[in-house]
Design a protein around this ligand. Structure first.
Ligand code: ZN
Length: 499
C-alpha cells in the first residue's frame, strides 16, 4: 500500500468514528432520550455533524482524493476503494462549489421550512407552508446551478437518491405501470369489499413485540447484528457493519400495521447485515441507493409477507402470540392484508394503490422543475391528479399535499425511489423463480431462508458497489422493465378478487 493510500485509510477511519457517534446520537434521540435530555443531544448531534462536514470538505481530504484519482494510484485500488475515491471526490468537488453563505442560508431555510410544514400540517393550512416551499424550490435550483452547472436539474436530483437513474427511464417505467394498473384498479373497485370487523380487538403490545422478534428471525434478521426499539415512525438505522437496528410503532387495536412494518424494516436491516465485511469503512458499505434499498424492504413486506404461502407454515404461531388470530382463518387474514382501497395517505396505502401515490408525486416534481409550476398551484394539481388516478379528492390539504415531509427539507427526487424499488422487485421475483422454482412452494414449505440466501448472494453482499441499473443487469441479465411487476399485480389481484 502506498503512503497516500495509508493516509487515506486513516482518514476513512476517522470519518467512521464520527459516523458512529452521529448514528448513536440519532438512535438515542429517536428511541430513548427523555424529554429533558433531547436539547443536549440535538446540540451534540449538530456539533458532530458540522465537524463531519468539515472533514468531508477539508483541503487535506481533497488532496488525498485527487492524488488517489491519478491512474497510477487508482488502478492499484480494490473495487470498494475505487468506488470510495470516485464517490467522495465527486461529492467533495460538488460541495466545494457551494458558496459558504449560500450553504448556511440553505440549512437555515430548510430548518424553518420543516417547522412551517409541521405547523401547516397540524392546522391543515397550506398558506403557512407555501412561501417556505417556494423558497426551497428556488434554493434547490440555485444549489444545483452551483454543484452541477449546465445539467438538467431534475435529473441531478434523481441521481442524488438513486445513482445512475434518470427521468427518461422513469418516464418509461411509470407510464407503463399507470397504463396497466388503472384498468385493474377500476375492476377491483367494482368488486365486493371484505369485512374487516372480525379484526376488532385489543392486541397486547408485549405480545406484538414477541411476535416481531419471531418474524424477524423467521425472515433472516440476525439479532446478534441488530436490535429493536420503539419510535413514532418505524425506521432502520445502520451503525456500521454488524449493527443494523430497526424500530416499530405499536397500536393496541391494529397489530397488522406493526407486523408489516417489522417485516419491511427487517428487509432493510437484512440488506445492511449482509454487506461484505471487507467493505467496512468504505463508501461501498453505505447504501445510499434508495431504490435498491427499498426494493429489499418491499420484497420482504409485499412479495413475501403478503403472499398467503408465507403464512402457511407459521400461521398457528401467530395465534400463539396473539390469541385473537385463532378465531380468524388464514384466508380471512390474507384477504385483509391484501385489501385494496383507494385512500389519501401514501404511508397507509395498500400494495396496489401505492404506486399511484408515487407517480402523482413524480409528475408534480417534474411540473415544478421542468415546467416551472409555482408552489401556489400545487394543491390544485395534487387534487386533480388524485382524482384522475384514484378517483378521490382530499377534503383538506393535511390529507393531500401536506401529508409528507420530504419537500419541506428539499428532498425533491426522493419519492420515485419507492416505486423503483417495487419495479426492481418484479424483476428479482422473476429471476428467483427461474433459478429456485416457484416462490409459492418455497414459502409453503418454510424454505424462506433459500430466498434470503439468494438475496444475500446476488444483492446484499455488494452493498453499493454497483448502481441499481448495474445490479439489475448483473442479476437479471436484462434492462429494467416494469413488465414483471405488472404481471405479478395482475395475476395476484385477479385471483384474490375473482376478476
Ligand atoms: Zn423503507
Amino acid at each position: 500500500m502506498t503512503d497516500t493510500q495509508n493516509k487515506f485509510k486513516e482518514y476513512l477511519n476517522k470519518l467512521a468514528q464520527y459516523e458512529q457517534v452521529i448514528a448513536l446520537l440519532q438512535w438515542d434521540l429517536k428511541t430513548a432520550a427523555p424529554e429533558n435530555g433531547t436539547a443536549s443531544k440535538i446540540e451534540a448531534l449538530s456539533f458532530f455533524s458540522t465537524e463531519y462536514f468539515r472533514l468531508m470538505t477539508a483541503e487535506e481530504f481533497g488532496s488525498l482524493l485527487k492524488a488517489l484519482s491519478a491512474p497510477e494510484e487508482f488502478d492499484s485500488l480494490n473495487d470498494a476503494m475505487k468506488i470510495t475515491v470516485t464517490r467522495y471526490f465527486r461529492d467533495y468537488q460538488k460541495s466545494k462549489n457551494i458558496p459558504e453563505d449560500f450553504f448556511t442560508e440553505y440549512v437555515n431555510a430548510s430548518a424553518h421550512s420543516e417547522q412551517a410544514w409541521e405547523a401547516a400540517k397540524r392546522a391543515s393550512d397550506y398558506s403557512i407552508f407555501l412561501p417556505h416551499l417556494q423558497k426551497m424550490i428556488d434554493m434547490t435550483k440555485q444549489k444545483i446551478a452551483f454543484t452541477d452547472p449546465g445539467k438538467e436539474i431534475y435529473d441531478v436530483l434523481l441521481d442524488t437518491y438513486e445513482e445512475g437513474m434518470d427521468s427518461a427511464t422513469i418516464d418509461r417505467l411509470f407510464e407503463e405501470v399507470k397504463k396497466e394498473l388503472v384498468p385493474l384498479l377500476q375492476k377491483i373497485k367494482s368488486a365486493p369489499e371484505p369485512d374487516s370487523s372480525i379484526f376488532n380487538a385489543h392486541y397486547d403490545i408485549d405480545s406484538q413485540k414477541h411476535l416481531q422478534d419471531f418474524l424477524l428471525s423467521y425472515i433472516g434478521f440476525s439479532h446478534k447484528s441488530g436490535n429493536t426499539a420503539e419510535s413514532e415512525h418505524p425506521f432502520t438505522l445502520s451503525l456500521g457493519l454488524g449493527d443494523s437496528r430497526v424500530t416499530n410503532h405499536y397500536s393496541l387495536n391494529d397489530p397488522i400495521s406493526a407486523i408489516f412494518s417489522a417485516i419491511h424494516e427487517g428487509g432493510h436491516a437484512i440488506f445492511e447485515q449482509n454487506i461484505n465485511p471487507s467493505f467496512e469503512k468504505t463508501a461501498a458499505a453505505s447504501v445510499n441507493l434508495l431504490g435498491l434499498h427499498e426494493s429489499q424492504s418491499r420484497f420482504y413486506e409485499n412479495i413475501l409477507g403478503r403472499n398467503i404461502h408465507f403464512w402457511e407454515p407459521i400461521y398457528e404461531k401467530l395465534g400463539e402470540f396473539l390469541p385473537k388470530f385463532k378465531e380468524i382463518s388464514l384466508e380471512d387474514f390474507c384477504r385483509e392484508i391484501n385489501h385494496v382501497k383507494c385512500s389519501f395517505i401514501r404511508t397507509e396505502a395498500d400494495e396496489l394503490t401505492y404506486p399511484f401515490h408515487i407517480i402523482l408525486r413524480y409528475e408534480i416534481e417534474k411540473a415544478i422543475f421542468r415546467e416551472g409550476v409555482t408552489a401556489d398551484k400545487l394543491p390544485e394539481l395534487w387534487n386533480q391528479k388524485m382524482e384522475e388516478m384514484l378517483g378521490i379528492v382530499p377534503s383538506n390539504d393535511a390529507e393531500g399535499i401536506l401529508q409528507d415531509m420530504h419537500w419541506s427539507d428539499g428532498s425533491f427526487g426522493y419519492f420515485p425511489t419507492y416505486l423503483l424499488g417495487t419495479i426492481y422487485d418484479g424483476m428479482f421475483l422473476e429471476q428467483i423463480e427461474k433459478e429456485l422454482g416457484s416462490l409459492d412452494s418455497i414459502l409453503a414449505e418454510g424454505r424462506i431462508s433459500q430466498v434470503t440466501k439468494w438475496l444475500n448472494e446476488n444483492i446484499h453482499q455488494y452493498g453499493s458497489l454497483y448502481t441499481s441499473k448495474e445490479v439489475i443487469q448483473r442479476v437479471c441479465s436484462r434492462e429494467i422493465s416494469a413488465e414483471p411487476i405488472i404481471r405479478y399485480f395482475k395475476e395476484k389481484y385477479s385471483k384474490i378478487y375473482n376478476l
